[in-house]
Write a protein that binds this ligand. Structure first.
Ligand code: UGY
Ligand code: MN
Length: 245
């Protein structure tokens, strides 16, 4: 049985305050500096976001080079292996590259989720150095006291030099966000596994692995995980700054 939507149908919706982008809607972009790579720019300022979230599919002999400029970059390896600025990374590994830095990626096959956001300097704090990490080495903590909803914080938010969080949420079947959140921070999100029902603004959407969600500031948001297995999503959030425009 096919899971493809009927012609002319898709779960993808683009609204003023949020977007849900299902994998069947992806269209590749050609990006300068990249070879043997398919880039899907899924969230961007063109839809009203302040961040850019891009899904890269690197084929054999793929490479990408460039400069972060005023942005910081976060790379999360979903599948395969690649080398970023001299460091070998496998699935579940990640890299944070500061603004004002060169980046160089090579691979012979990988799928990578990329977040970019303009870095906001805070008086009196240093711009952090580039770092690399592995999801399995980051401890999980219960989210607001709920052992069935657990969070891994991949960027050390306690360092006020960082203005960007990237976290992985893991939900047991039936676990929920504890309340309908409304906050000034913006999110970009990728469902890594599992699924459930996401409330976005005044709409409730079924979501599944591979879905990407953009939540604008103040977009009401809530989630319940379906099961039978775990649900995990990777998401980013602006933090540690006065987020007023
Ligand atoms: O960090 C957060 O704001 C998180 N609880 N939001 C979310 O998962 N939609
Ligand atoms: Mn939130």
């Amino acid at each position: 049985m096919s899971t493809k939507p009927l012609p002319g149908g898709s779960r993808t919706v683009i609204r003023d305050r949020y977007a849900l982008i299902a994998p069947d809607s992806h269209v590749p972009s050609v990006l300068p500096g990249w070879t043997q790579t398919t880039a899907h720019i899924l969230i961007s300022p063109a839809m009203g976001a302040k961040l850019v979230q891009t899904y890269f599919v690197l084929a054999s002999k793929a490479s990408g080079t460039g400069h972060t400029g005023e942005d910081q970059h976060f790379y999360y390896v979903l599948e395969g292996t690649c080398r970023i600025n001299g460091k070998d990374l496998a699935a579940g590994h990640f890299a944070w590259i500061p603004p004002g830095s060169k980046f160089e990626i090579t691979s012979s096959g990988a799928k990578v989720m990329h977040f970019a956001k303009r870095y906001e300097k805070l008086e009196g704090t240093a711009v952090p150095a580039a770092f690399f990490g592995e999801t399995s080495k980051v401890a999980e903590t219960d989210y607001l006291g709920d052992p069935h909803a657990r969070l891994r914080t991949l960027i050390p938010e306690t360092n006020l030099g960082h203005d960007f969080a990237v976290n992985i949420f893991t939900f047991d079947p039936g676990a929920t966000l504890p309340f309908v959140e409304i906050h000034i921070m913006e999110h970009g999100l990728l469902v890594l596994e599992g699924g459930g029902i996401y409330r976005l603004n005044d709409d409730w959407h079924p979501i599944a692995q591979g879905d990407v969600i953009w939540m604008a500031p103040y977009c009401p948001q809530w989630f319940i995980a379906k099961g039978p297995g775990l649900t995990r999503y990777l998401y980013c959030k602006n933090v540690n700054r006065d987020a007023r425009p």
